[in-house]
Design a protein around this ligand. Sequence first.
Ligand SMILES: [Zn+2]
Length: 150
Amino acid sequence: MKFLLSRELGRLSKWLRILGFDAAYFNQDKISSLIIQALRDNRIIITRNHRLPKSCGIKIVLIKAEKIKEQVSEVLNALKLTPGSDMMFSRCIICNAELIGIDKEKIKDKVPEYVFKTQQDFITCPMCKRIYWQGTHWGNVQNTLKGMIK
Ligand SMILES: [Zn+2]
């Protein structure tokens, strides 16, 4: 299941990526282009835009909530999704690409020294080359997620 989020839902697209979903972000205004991209890539449109045609042959999830936690819940409920913990943190938050494991020695100069000393497993984004690890910033994310997933 793949998503395409319209322009006003940039934050939600990041959270869906954290949960491991393929959530592309459409950063233009043109609704016709949004629909074409969704059709071409076989994606479900997630939007707050009420002007989208209901009968364009694409599944559309219309988001009503203002708060990010509620928006995530809306998506999960609308599509009856239960994100698994094995899926989480499998995608780059910035580019939506699937993360891949990387040899610890290769990233020695790219992460803070204490991180290198205390962490064993590192993953990287093949597109932006960002390096992720299960450190404190993921701990915060997990606390936030507790409020989103029931
Ligand atoms: Zn990336």
